[in-house]
Write a protein that binds this ligand. Structure first.
Ligand SMILES: CC(C)=CCC[C@@H](C)[C@H]1CC[C@@]2(C)[C@@H]3CC[C@H]4C(C)(C)[C@@H](O)CC[C@@]45C[C@@]35CC[C@]12C
Length: 650
């Protein structure tokens, strides 16, 4: 049945109610939506390596689950990709091979034989992306002389230098911090017959003949997303030279400095750490410092925070959860349906979670440990994690303000004000907002990105998503708290300018943390509208025209991770409910909810719902650093309900 422009479809009541029932049924006891946050395929090997270096193995049940997971996600060609949907790379293939061997799978296992057949002809460890070599060096399966140098002395350089480590994006900084300590110590697991056997297997018996200096430069084309620049190669040359001369006293001082920073990170995050990589690496550092010490024990206790049991085995997640983020969106989605009385208990619980997870104080000595003040911010996951993010704070604030008129907000006014201050303190000079901190270094630092497989990891820069969320939150705050505040007004105006400048020629915005143009454009449009853009604004009209031009004949929208990698729209095989929801939310925000395009999308979304109230699984909708997909478990439960609610309002 075709729908003519302006014709209204019957209200999606039962579809929305079934969707809401699913949301209610899957809410956690703490009021959040806890779920899988997996996808990257380099986390389990880093974990297994860490344990092995420490002379430990996972508990038997976890061991079985990890093996199952790795087997389930081996590609048909024998390798493993950067994430579960990606084509094979040497980095993840060698590491997952080693992980399976350390977990007890035999060298003659058919899957492992196939893996060797995939990575050996491609150069094996010698042509792995950079992080693979570092992890192998820890196991003594690669020589430190074959790595790009990571001297801890970099930390002792004047902080005013544009490339001082404190200027790096905090994720990059926090991963390279323990790496620099381990590199500075040339830390290495004790040799065992198993490691000797694995070394023989992954080098096909050629380890003794390797030219390690040449190996530093080698990377398989499969692992290159960000080619090494002239500047990186030059910096590496300087650092190789330094490494040969490095004096013991300066090395010791820099190792102490790095260790102090590691301790600060551990304590500020209750040993969860900013992410799973530095979590494991920091733990390994402490193992080398004091294997029986309290730090190692504290780390071991918080390891479970990163694991999730799925039908495909035990997954290691990319964060300690996405709870605050998902809960904030869920609240806004439920509120949009208007079903707030029926779902009051669900909202009450969510409000409790949001209140309980705001960060209430700064970390100790923030300047000494290069931390932006945290008070008032919300993190992506939980308060214990301790790293607030601009847009998570914005969504936490928006959700609180949505709960307020329902009498359900539990965050006191003074703390809402703190959140506003936190957001204001995070605005960059270009008017936009980055993720965790102000932009600290020049964008040109990206020319020194040594990771091979990731892009945009060096500097925290302004993103349309973060900027839009902050503008929306400040605008919502201004409505809620109509006391004139020039700082808020200016911040909104500057944010809107940034969003306008970030719009692409074709009317879209590219997403950096979601796939891809539907995500970015949802943020771009909502940011402008929150800042006061009128329906006839050309930026909005161009954005909706862009979306309409990519609508499928069945009414849906569909994008895949390749969209982010290639920075151009790449269509999926079929419609995706999450992309369709973002597109519909955008059209509705721009006043086009009754359009033919929107109503065809609504129809597709409604028909796609299963009898159990869920939408069927679909490809991953999350992304980071342009290359790695990451799964947002709750998106399929939140966004379709939200989109149907706003597109079917009378
Ligand atoms: C250091 C590298 C290259 C890899 C480790 C992985 C992490 C960088 C990323 C894993 C989770 C991310 C994506 C995290 C998740 C939430 C987003 C967001 C949705 C809040 C977004 O709007 C702002 C950026 C995010 C914080 C993220 C940054 C990158 C990760 C930590």
């Amino acid at each position: 049945m075709s729908v003519t422009a302006g014709e209204r479809l019957p209200k999606s009541v039962s579809v929305i109610q079934r969707g809401l029932d699913v949301l209610a049924a899957t809410q956690d006891a703490e009021g959040s939506w806890y779920g899988d946050y997996g996808g990257p395929q380099f986390l389990i090997p880093i974990y297994v390596t860490g344990l092995h270096v420490m002379g430990r193995t996972p508990e038997p049940a976890q061991r079985e689950g990890l093996i199952a997971y790795l087997r389930n996600h081996q590609n048909a060609d024998g390798g493993w990709g950067l994430d579960v949907e990606a084509p094979s790379q040497v980095f993840t293939s060698v590491l997952n091979y080693v992980a399976l061997r350390l977990l007890g799978v035999g060298e003659d296992d058919a899957g492992l034989r196939k893996a060797r057949q995939w990575f050996l002809p491609r150069g094996g460890p010698l042509s792995s992306g950079a992080w693979g070599k570092i992890i192998l060096a820890l196991l003594g399966l690669y020589e430190y002389g074959g790595l790009q140098p990571i001297p801890p002395e970099l930390w002792l350089l004047p902080e005013s230098l544009p490339f001082h480590p404190s200027r790096l994006w905090c994720h990059c900084r926090m991963v390279y911090l323990p790496m620099s300590w381990l590199y500075g110590r040339k830390a290495r697991a004790p040799e065992t017959p198993l490691l000797a056997a694995i070394r023989h297997e992954i080098f096909d018996g050629t380890y003794a003949q390797v030219d390690w200096a040449a190996a530093r430069e080698r990377v398989s084309p499969t692992d290159v997303f960000t080619p090494r620049t002239f500047w990186l190669k030059a910096a590496n040359q300087v650092m190789y030279g330094y490494e040969r001369l490095a004096g013991a006293r300066l090395r010791a001082r820099s190792l102490d400095f790095a260790l102090e920073q590691i301790r600060a990170e551990d304590e500020a995050t209750h040993y969860i750490c900013i992410g799973p990589i530095n979590k494991v690496l920091n733990m390994v550092v402490w193992h080398f410092v004091n294997p029986e010490g309290p730090e190692v024990r504290a780390h071991l206790e918080r390891l479970p925070d990163y694991f999730y049991e799925g039908a495909d085995g035990v997954r290691m997640n990319g964060y300690n959860s996405s709870e605050l983020w998902d809960t904030s969106f869920a609240v806004q989605a439920v509120a949009a349906t208007g079903e707030t009385e029926r779902h009051r208990p669900m909202l009450e619980e969510a409000a409790r979670f949001i209140e309980a997870n705001q960060v209430l104080e700064d970390t100790p000595e923030p300047q000494r440990f290069f931390r932006h003040p945290s008070k008032g911010g919300w993190p992506f996951s939980t308060r214990d994690h301790g790293w607030p993010i601009s847009d998570c704070t914005a969504e936490g604030l928006k959700a609180s303000l949505v709960l307020e008129p329902l009498g359900l907000n539990r965050v006191p006014q003074a703390r809402l004000q703190d959140a506003v201050q936190f957001i204001l303190s995070m605005q960059n000079e270009d008017g936009g907002w980055a993720t965790y901190e102000l932009q600290r270094g020049p964008k040109l630092l990206e020319l020194l990105n040594p990771s091979d497989v990731f892009s945009t990891i060096m500097v925290d820069v302004s993103y349309v998503e973060c900027t839009s969320a902050c503008v929306q939150a400040l605008a919502a705050w201004r409505k809620h708290h109509p006391v004139p505040d020039a700082r808020v007004d200016q911040a909104i105006a500057r944010g809107a300018d940034f969003i306008r400048r970030a719009q692409r020629e074709d009317g879209s915005w590219i997403g950096s943390w979601g796939v891809c143009f539907t995500y970015g454009t949802w943020f771009g449009v909502n940011g402008l509208i929150a800042a006061g853009a009128l329906p006839e604004d050309m930026a909005l009209r161009r954005a909706t025209a862009f979306l309409r031009s990519y609508q499928r004949s069945d009414g849906a929208w569909s994008e895949v991770v390749e969209s982010c990698r290639q920075a151009r729209w790449v269509e999926g095989k079929q419609g995706h409910a999450v992309n369709t929801s973002w597109a519909l939310l955008t059209l509705a925000a721009a006043g086009e909810q009754s359009s033919d395009a929107a109503q065809r999308g609504v129809r597709w979304l409604r028909e796609r719902q299963q009898a159990d109230g869920r939408w069927p699984p679909e490809p991953i909708a999350g992304i980071f650093n342009r290359t790695c997909a990451i799964h947002y478990d709750a998106y399929l439960r939140i966004f379709p309900v939200w989109a149907l609610a706003v597109c079917d309002k009378r």
